[in-house]
Design a protein around this ligand. Structure first.
Ligand SMILES: Nc1nc2c(c(=O)[nH]1)N[C@H]1C(S)=C(S)[C@@H](COP(=O)(O)O)O[C@H]1N2
Ligand SMILES: [Mo]
Length: 507
């Protein structure tokens, strides 16, 4: 028996391949995994943050990943933590940093609406590996006719493998989770470390080769028993004192769909080399599925009979029905989430914003549906439809950005809401609770925000704004709830109105 104090951390969990910095192989070495588990069990780590009784901080980074840093640290992998944050600074400095490590960053609202293509939000479960693409190779094993190792150079050679370009929205299934957290907390194990708002989504044009073609051309096809393809990423992933490489899977029928273009091995994003944060040198892009299946830094693919046994596939990204909560949740009574359902979000105006307008409020946002469905109709507040020309181009696997001018008569607080229909006539549940689930995934209910309306097309409103301004109580200088320091109406005006329209009946 090896005692924890006898383990030489520096060598026990080191890197083994030249040019593959930050990559530790775990899946091939059960003894090494067991050793790491021993070390983890012998240590105490910072507790996970509390969200039911303590609000989420308003700092940036919002949360600090003490616990995950410590996991890496006790295994001598501090270098991965440092490199990950350096990469954030270099590639993604202006995201909303939700968690500094493992890095989770949300696209800023202005960037979301800037154009249909963004390469922004990032969701990681571990550190960022730094792999030199000249030495990188992809291994394909398991239920294939011929197991192979393919260099990136060969994979990128169009005479060897036909390439495809696909416009895809990758949405983390945790998008808009903050609405569930705020109203009804759920699993606080690790999911809640990503309290996503509306920006855990992005759309890009990915270039690569369909996995289907690689399996056929390089491996001579899969064996008849093969039903799932497992993707293993070079990052190190921790769960309940155990250590893994990130692993997920997609069904073979998904890999074969649409001539193979729904599951791509990609090295290019928006015409540029894939950033390290997004999985360079090579990532999987599974169109229409939740982001989690699109494995970054993929270095190994296994053809399997059953879905991956990796915890990300088997124990996370589960959708629990309303009959299931903390006291009865099991891995086997949640549904593994594949296709994203239809959902949408209001990006502008902001929640709790005070809006001065002259009878119309402009609302903008995104709408998306997975599974090859496209957005067919977007309704604002709920009932007024967005005009077709106010929505961006349709794609099978990407969002549509939309914009609508809503006629608004109300003064004061009102609720704005958006609801989307997709091409299969699916629509969004009405309230957060209708879609609440213990794992806090897929917050797909009609998105609602509250805004305070000030309608200057009303003469009285325009006049009051001016008076408030003169008293230094303009909307940007005083809170709404601060009482006006002056009388609201001269007595003469009041009496005139009073006598014109008496308050009581005459008889
Ligand atoms: N290897 C690896 N792949 C990964 C992850 C990860 O932590 N490790 N995170 C997944 C999750 S949960 C999401 S939502 C997407 C996010 O992709 P992006 O960072 O390019 O936006 O990557 C997925 N692929
Ligand atoms: Mo995700």
């Amino acid at each position: 028996m090896v005692e924890v104090q006898d383990i030489d951390i520096k060598t026990a969990f080191g890197e083994e391949r030249l040019g593959w910095t930050g990559y530790v192989e775990w899946e091939q070495y059960p003894e090494k995994k067991a050793l790491a588990s021993k070390v983890l069990k012998a240590n105490k780590f910072t507790p996970i943050p509390e969200f039911q009784f303590v609000p989420i901080p308003k700092t940036n980074p919002v949360l600090i990943g003490h616990r995950w840093k410590e996991y890496h640290n006790v295994l001598g992998l501090q270098g991965i933590v440092d490199f990950s944050w350096e990469t954030v600074q270099r590639e993604k400095p202006d995201l909303i940093h939700l968690l500094d490590f493992p890095y989770n960053g949300e696209t800023r609202r202005e960037q979301i609406m800037e154009g249909k293509i963004t390469d922004n939000n990032v969701r990681n479960h571990g550190g960022v590996p730094d792999i030199n693409e000249d030495v990188f190779e992809l291994e394909i094993a398991g239920l294939v006719n011929k197991p192979v190792k393919i260099s990136l150079k060969d994979l990128k050679d169009p005479t060897k493998f036909p390439q495809s370009e696909v416009t895809v929205t990758l949405q983390c299934s945790g998008t808009r989770r903050i609405e569930q957290i705020n109203e009804y907390p759920g699993d606080g194990d690790e999911l809640i470390n990503a309290p996503w708002g509306e920006g855990a989504i992005g759309t890009a044009v990915y270039r690569g080769v369909p996995l289907k073609k690689v399996l056929k051309l390089a491996c001579g096809g899969v064996l008849p028993e093969c039903e799932h393809l497992e993707f293993i990423g070079a990052d190190t992933y921790f769960k309940k004192n155990n250590v893994f490489n990130y692993a997920v899977s997609a069904p073979l029928r998904k890999v074969r769909a649409s001539s193979g273009t729904e599951v791509l091995l990609a090295w290019e994003m928006n015409g540029k080399p894939l950033p390290k944060m997004h999985g360079a040198p090579l990532r999987v892009v599974v169109a229409g599925y939740i982001g989690a299946r699109s494995c970054k830094w993929v270095y190994k693919i296994n053809a399997l009979k059953e879905p991956s046994m990796g915890p990300v596939q088997r124990q996370e990204y589960l959708y629990f029905t309303p009959q299931i909560g903390k006291q009865n949740a099991k891995y086997s009574n949640g549904f593994p989430i594949g296709n994203m359902p239809v959902s949408s979000a209001i990006i502008f105006p902001l929640d709790k914003q005070t809006i001065v307008h002259s009878g119309k409020i402009t609302m903008q946002g995104w709408a998306y549906s997975g599974g090859g469905n496209w957005v067919q109709r977007v309704e604002g507040r709920c009932g007024t439809a967005v005009e077709e020309e106010d929505m961006t181009t349709k794609y099978y696997h990407a969002w549509r950005l939309w914009k609508i001018d809503l006629p608004v008569d109300a003064e004061g607080w009102l609720e704005l809401c958006v609801r989307t229909w997709d091409s299969s006539n699916n629509t969004e549940p009405t309230f957060v609770r209708s879609a609440w689930n213990w794992d806090l995934h897929v917050t797909s209910s009609a998105h609602r925000i509250k805004v305070y309306s000030i309608n200057t097309s009303r003469p009285a409103t325009a006049k009051r704004l001016q008076e408030l301004e003169e008293h230094g109580q303009g909307i940007h200088t005083q809170s709404l709830s601060y009482p006006a320091e002056f009388t609201l109406e001269p007595e003469a005006e009041y009496l005139e109105q009073y006598r014109k329209f008496p308050r009581e009946p005459a008889c």
